[in-house]
Ligand binder design. Structure first.
Ligand code: TTP
Ligand code: MG
Length: 352
């Protein structure tokens, strides 16, 4: 078609996203949970938030980031399980191995999603065939389900993978990009958060095609430097390359307490467990780090981070804990002010 933008003809990008990831892994490993509403997060009595929920649980309105207590009210018969990061990072490595059969150009976005550039793929086959092969391998070898989007760039591929969840493949060829974007709500564009969405609504923009009615100058007057990017994105145009040299920048864990606490001993006990989890995860991923970061959220939600760099890289539980503890005692108001959350992370990482 003559009106297809030339940049849409150059690349083939796939976006893979696992379905109800943490919950699906738990159900796979404990089949008695199949078909039941399963919530991964803290206990309903705690103030933890939901990491994710099985599709059965979502029917009750349960969503990621919702308080577990609210999830419980929505569905008291739901089964609440704590996250098991070791299991999820193992699956994450396994899906990456499956992706690597098709291309070396892989950009993991999180444990459960990644972009693949398959313009020049190992077998010289269509991107759609690769999408089907990946979905099949994930099902046959890992007994898990994923959704896949295929498009001419990252923006379109990512929106596409979300269209037929769970288990669906959505292919948007270059000549269909325009129609695909036309009816989409602007918040579906990666990077349009609630504040931007509100601003766009204020000037009468709901759907991507509403943006097309503005001239670049008009849009710039309304939105400033952001105008160019949103005009491109609304047409499904996106030149970003894959960032294939992705490296983990930090490893961390945090805990929201069931009640605000000022008792230092309880906080230190929590730091010890968090430090152990961090040390274990560093070991799993064969990493070690030099900077220990303590995060504290006070009862009034004010949040502070305090960090200290060690003389050497480490993944020793006791070194991480000692450092976090010192930071707690010397650099925070814990003990005097009540706190609701503590987190420990290690950054400045290198492979060991
Ligand atoms: P998502 O891919 O956003 O969600 P999902 O895989 O559970 O479900 P969907 O089928 O809709 O893709 O996130 C992947 C995992 O990341 C999810 O299983 C749990 C974790 N996560 C959190 O811990 N907190 C959050 O707020 C979100 C959104 C995800
Ligand atoms: Mg997912």
């Amino acid at each position: 078609m003559s009106d297809v933008h030339p940049s849409l003809l150059q690349r083939k990008i796939i976006h893979v996203d696992m379905d109800a990831f943490y919950a699906s892994v738990e159900i796979r490993d404990n089949p008695s949970l199949a078909g039941k509403p399963v919530v991964i997060g803290g206990s309903p009595q705690s103030r933890a938030v939901v990491c994710t929920a099985s599709y059965e649980a979502r029917k009750y309105g349960i969503r990621s980031a919702m308080a577990c207590s609210r999830a419980y009210r929505l569905c008291p018969q739901a089964i609440f399980l704590p996250p098991n990061f070791e299991a999820y990072s193992k699956v994450s490595q396994q899906i990456r191995e499956i992706f690597s059969r098709h291309t070396n150009l892989i950009e993991p976005l999180s444990l459960d999603e990644a972009y693949l550039d398959v313009t020049n793929n190992a077998q010289g086959i269509y991107a759609t065939q690769i999408a089907k092969a990946i979905r099949q391998s994930v099902k046959d070898e890992l007994n898990l389900s994923c959704s896949v989007g295929v498009g001419p760039n990252k923006l379109v591929a990512k929106i596409a993978s979300d269209m037929r969840k769970p288990g669906g493949i959505t292919v948007v060829p270059p000549e269909r990009v325009s129609e695909f974007m036309r009816h989409l709500e602007v918040r579906k564009i990666f990077g349009v958060g609630p504040a931007t969405e509100k601003r766009l609504h204020e000037i009468g923009i709901q759907k991507c095609s509403d943006i097309w009615t503005f001239s670049p100058t008009q849009l710039e007057n309304e939105l400033g430097s952001f105008a160019h990017w949103i005009l491109q994105a609304s047409q499904g145009l996106d030149d970003r390359e894959l960032e294939t040299n992705w490296e983990r920048k930090s490893m961390g864990r945090e805990e929201t307490f069931s009640a605000d606490i000022s008792d230092l001993e309880t906080i230190q006990k929590s730091l010890k467990l968090l430090s152990k989890d961090v040390a274990d995860s560093l070991k799993d991923e064969e990493l070690e780090g030099r900077t220990v970061v303590l995060k504290i959220k006070y009862a009034d939600f004010q949040q502070v981070t305090r960090s200290r760099s060690l003389a050497h890289h480490t993944r020793s539980e006791s070194q991480i804990f000692n450092c976090a503890q010192q930071l707690l005692l010397e650099k925070t108001e814990a003990g005097k002010r009540k706190i609701r959350l503590a987190g420990v992370s290690v950054s400045n990482l290198r492979s060991q």
